[in-house]
Design a protein around this ligand. Structure first.
Ligand code: ADP
Ligand code: ZN
Ligand code: ZN
Length: 732
C-alpha cells in the first residue's frame, strides 16, 4: 500500500497544494486535515494548513518528498463553516487556498503561534479598596475604582472597552492593596438606557426577526434615521438567544465611536478587530470568538473571516463603502463574503446604508435582498439639511472659495457653530505649473503629476511616494513663473486661516491623522466650540458632530467628468454623506456645493429626488450599457518594467482563454484589451490590463476556472507580476 502524504496549502501563488510526508514515526490520516503544520521550504520553513491527503509516488515522476517539521494544532483551527467560506473565496476569487488562508488569519496564528489563552481574568476592589473609595484623589485609579465598585468586578476585556489605559491604574491600586485580580465569573456590564425604537425602526427589527434561517436585508435609511439603534436592538435579541453577532464597519477611524456606542447598550464586552490593533490583540479577539467567549465582534474588512461557532446575526454597516473591497493580494469583498457566510450559517444578514450601492439596489430588484426604508431622521426636531448650488462661472474666487461660501462660514462662526469644508485632495496644490511654457511636475516613476506639499516647498507623488524639492525655475524654459495650480486641503487651511484669523481650524486628512487614533483626536479638537474642519473623504464618513451646521464641497467638477463609470454613484454617495454631517442635532443644517456646471443632470436629480432618484437613473443607464451590476467583470492585470512584456503576457493569456473557453458571443464571454491601465506607469512599472466580461456570472467563473491553470504555466508569466481581480471596483 502506498504511503499517504499530507497536502499542505502553502501561502504562495501556486495552483496546487504541496505534498509532504508526516514526521518520522507518525502516519498521515484525516485527523491532520485543517491543522497547521510547519514545513521545510527551500532553506527556510513555512506555516500552512493541511488541506488533504495524497499518495506518495502517485505523481508520474516520483519526487523525494520532505517530512513535515512540526504539527502545530491538535484539532482543526477553523470551524468547518469558516473553512468552507475560505474554500469558496479561493474558488470565487481564483486565488490559491493557502493565500486566502493567510489573508484570513491574524498574524500570530498565521505565523504558527498557539491560540492565545482565554482571558477569564478580571479585577475587583479589595475590602480595603472599598473603604478607601471616598479618599482617592481625582485621576485614573479613582475612575477605575469607581467602575469596579459599581460593577462588583469586571473582566479585563470589559475594562479594555470601557476605560482605555486602565492597566496602569490597576497596577497602582494593586500596589496599595486596594484592588486585586480575580478568576471568578464576572457580573454583566451595566447597560445605559437607549431611546425606545420608533415605529419604523421597530418594523425593521420585527421583519428581520420574523423569518428563520438565512435572510438578506437592505436597510436603506437616511443619515441619522437610527440605523445604529436598529443594529443594537437586533444584537441584543441575538445575545438573549445565546448567539454571537458580527458587525462590520468600513474604517478604523469609525470603529472606536461605534464600539463605544454599542458597549454602552450591551451587557457583554464588545470585541474589536481592525488594523489599528496590535497583532496579539487581533489574535485574542479572533480566538475569543472561536471559543465562544466573545459574543459580539465589531471589525473592519478582515473581520469577515472570524469564526462564529454560535452565530446569530451579521450586519454590514455603510455597505456601499469601497473599503470593504481589498485592493491588493486576495481582492475579496467583505460584503459579498458576509452574505455567503450568512447563508452557510443560516442567519440573517443586514446591509445598512443611507446611499446603497447599485449592486445592492439591483439585489432588491431581483429579490435577492429585502428592502426596508427609514426615510426620516430619528431624533425629534432633526431635519434634512437645505442644499444650495453655487455657480462658480465668472465668479472671483479666493483659493477656490467663492464669496458666498466665505460669507456662510462667517455667519456660522458668528452663531458659535462649526463648518466643514470638504476637498478630496490632500497636500497644498495638485500640480506646480509653469506659467510661461505649460510645463508641470511629472512623477519620474508614474504617469501622474507630483502634488505640491509643505506650503509649496516640497513635491510628493501620491502614488509611489517619490519626493523632490520644488525647483526654483522651470526645467524646460528657465522661467521663474512656477505657480501651484488648484487647491489641496493644506492650501485651503492656509486661505481660511488668513481670512478668519480668529477661528480655530482643524485639518483632517491622511497627513494630519497618521498617528494612533489620529482621526478621533483631530475630530475632538474643536470640542463643542465654533471652528472650521477642512479635510478629505475621511471627514465625510459617519461621525457625529452635533455642533456642525454648515458643510461645503469646494469642487464637484472632477467627479462630474470622470472616466470611471461609477463616478455618478460615488458622487451621490459622497454628497449625501457630507450633507449628513450637517445639522445632526437640533439646529438646521446647510449644504453648499461649488461647481462650474450647476445644470449637470446628476445634480438636478440629487436636488429633486435625492440619492434614490439619482441611483434609479444610474441603474437604468448601467442596464442600457450592459455595465455592472448587469454584467460581470474580471480584470487581469500585469505589471513589468517593459510594457511589451506586460502586453505579451496578457495576449498569451487571452489566446489561452479563447482556446479553452470558446469564442466571443453576445451573452457569453467577452474581452477587451490588452490595454494600458488608466495610470499606465506607476512606481517605475508599466501597467496593462485585460478586461473580461460576461452577462452571467457563471459564464465568467467557468471560463476563468478553465483558464487559470494555463495562465500560471505561461512562459510569458515569468517576466511579469500579474493578478486577477474579480468584480473590480477600481480600474486603476
Ligand atoms: P444612523 O446610524 O442611521 O445615522 P443613528 O442610529 O446614529 O442613525 O441615530 C441618529 C441619532 O438619532 C442618534 O443620536 C440616536 O441616538 C438618535 N435616535 C435613534 N433612534 C431614536 C429614537 N427611536 N428616538 C429618539 N432618538 C433616536
Ligand atoms: Zn516653463
Ligand atoms: Zn510616483
Amino acid at each position: 500500500m502506498p504511503e499517504l502524504t499530507l497536502q499542505v496549502a502553502l501561502p504562495r501563488p501556486l495552483p496546487r497544494p504541496f505534498d509532504y510526508l508526516p514526521p518520522p514515526g507518525q502516519v498521515a490520516d484525516a485527523g491532520w486535515i485543517g491543522c497547521r503544520v510547519r514545513v521545510p521550504l527551500g532553506r527556510g520553513s513555512e506555516v500552512a494548513p493541511v488541506v488533504g491527503l495524497g499518495e506518495a509516488g502517485a505523481a508520474d515522476a516520483p519526487r523525494r518528498l520532505r517530512p513535515v517539521l512540526e504539527r502545530l494544532d491538535a484539532a482543526p483551527l477553523l470551524t468547518p463553516e469558516l473553512e468552507a467560506c475560505l474554500r469558496f473565496a479561493s474558488r470565487y476569487y481564483h486565488a490559491p487556498f493557502g493565500e486566502v488562508w493567510a489573508t484570513a488569519l491574524p498574524g500570530p496564528l498565521r505565523a504558527g503561534e498557539p491560540l492565545p489563552e482565554p482571558r477569564h481574568r478580571g479585577w475587583r476592589l479589595t475590602e480595603a479598596g472599598r473603604q478607601a473609595l471616598g479618599t482617592l484623589r481625582e485621576g485614573r485609579p479613582r475612575a477605575l475604582a469607581l467602575v469596579l465598585a459599581e460593577a462588583g468586578g469586571l473582566a479585563e476585556a470589559a475594562l479594555d472597552a470601557r476605560l482605555p489605559g486602565w492597566r496602569e491604574a490597576a497596577r497602582r491600586l494593586a500596589a496599595r492593596g486596594l484592588a486585586e485580580r480575580t478568576e471568578a465569573a464576572l457580573a454583566p456590564l451595566p447597560v445605559a438606557g437607549t431611546p425606545p425604537l420608533n415605529a419604523a425602526q421597530q418594523a425593521v427589527v420585527e421583519a428581520v426577526r420574523a423569518q428563520p434561517g438565512f435572510t438578506a436585508h437592505l436597510l436603506d435609511g437616511v443619515t441619522g434615521s437610527g440605523k445604529t439603534e436598529v443594529y443594537l436592538e437586533l444584537i441584543r435579541r441575538c445575545l438573549a438567544e445565546g448567539r454571537q453577532a458580527l458587525l462590520l464597519v468600513p474604517e478604523i477611524g469609525l470603529t472606536a465611536q461605534t464600539i463605544a456606542r454599542l458597549q454602552r447598550g450591551l451587557p457583554v464586552p464588545v470585541q474589536a478587530l481592525h488594523s489599528g490593533l496590535a497583532d496579539g490583540e487581533r489574535a485574542r479577539a479572533w480566538t475569543a470568538m472561536r471559543r465562544g467567549e466573545g459574543r459580539v465582534l465589531v471589525g473592519t474588512r478582515s473581520a469577515v473571516f472570524t469564526p462564529l461557532p454560535e452565530a446569530g446575526l451579521i450586519v454590514v454597516d455603510e455597505e456601499h463603502d469601497t473599503s470593504y473591497k481589498q485592493q491588493d493580494g486576495i481582492r475579496y469583498h467583505a460584503r459579498d463574503l458576509a452574505l455567503f457566510r450568512g447563508r452557510q450559517l443560516g442567519v440573517p444578514v443586514l446591509l445598512g446604508s443611507a446611499t446603497p450601492s447599485l449592486e445592492s439596489l439591483r439585489g432588491v430588484q431581483t429579490g435577492r435582498l429585502q428592502r426596508h426604508g427609514l426615510p426620516q431622521r430619528a431624533r425629534p426636531g432633526a431635519s434634512a439639511p437645505t442644499v444650495r448650488v453655487l455657480d462658480l462661472r465668472k465668479r472671483r474666487l479666493e483659493a477656490g472659495l467663492s464669496g458666498e461660501l466665505l460669507d456662510a462660514i462667517e455667519a456660522t462662526l458668528a452663531r458659535g457653530e462649526q463648518a466643514l469644508v470638504f476637498r478630496n485632495r490632500r497636500g497644498y496644490a495638485p500640480v506646480l505649473l509653469c506659467h510661461d511654457c505649460g510645463w508641470s511636475t511629472p512623477c519620474p516613476r508614474c504617469d501622474a503629476p507630483l502634488t505640491v506639499h509643505a506650503g509649496g516647498r516640497r513635491l510628493v507623488c501620491h502614488h509611489c511616494g517619490h519626493r523632490a524639492a520644488r525647483p526654483l525655475a522651470c526645467p524646460d524654459c528657465g522661467s521663474l513663473a512656477l505657480q501651484p495650480q488648484g487647491q489641496g486641503t493644506e492650501r485651503l487651511e492656509e486661505a481660511l486661516a488668513a481670512r478668519f484669523p480668529e477661528a480655530r481650524i482643524v485639518r483632517v486628512d491622511r497627513d494630519t491623522t497618521a498617528v494612533k487614533n489620529g482621526l478621533a483626536k483631530k475630530l475632538a479638537e474643536l470640542g463643542g466650540g465654533p471652528g472650521i474642519y477642512v479635510g478629505t473623504q475621511m471627514l465625510a464618513k459617519g461621525h457625529d458632530l452635533p455642533r456642525l451646521t454648515l458643510a461645503a464641497v469646494v469642487s464637484l467638477d472632477e467627479s462630474l467628468f470622470s472616466a470611471d463609470f461609477r463616478a455618478g454613484e460615488r458622487l451621490g454617495q459622497l454628497l449625501v454623506q457630507v450633507a449628513g454631517r450637517a445639522g445632526r442635532a437640533d439646529r438646521p443644517g446647510q449644504l453648499l456645493l461649488q461647481t462650474h456646471h450647476p445644470e449637470h443632470p446628476w445634480l438636478a436629480l440629487l436636488l429633486s429626488g435625492g440619492y434614490a432618484a439619482l441611483a434609479a437613473t444610474l441603474l437604468a443607464e448601467r442596464e442600457a450599457a450592459a455595465l455592472p451590476p448587469f454584467a460581470h467583470w474580471a480584470l487581469l492585470r500585469a505589471e513589468a518594467r517593459e510594457a511589451s512584456a506586460a502586453s505579451a503576457f496578457l495576449e498569451a493569456a487571452r489566446d489561452h482563454l479563447r482556446a479553452v473557453a470558446g469564442s466571443e458571443t453576445p451573452d457569453g464571454l467577452g474581452w477587451a484589451g490588452p490595454l494600458p491601465a488608466p495610470m499606465a506607469r506607476r512606481a517605475g512599472l508599466a501597467r496593462m490590463q485585460l478586461l473580461l466580461r460576461a452577462g452571467r456570472r457563471e459564464a465568467l467563473q467557468a471560463a476563468l476556472a478553465r483558464a487559470m491553470p494555463g495562465w500560471y504555466a505561461l512562459p510569458e508569466a515569468r517576466r511579469v507580476r500579474w493578478s486577477i481581480d474579480i468584480d473590480p471596483i477600481d480600474l486603476y
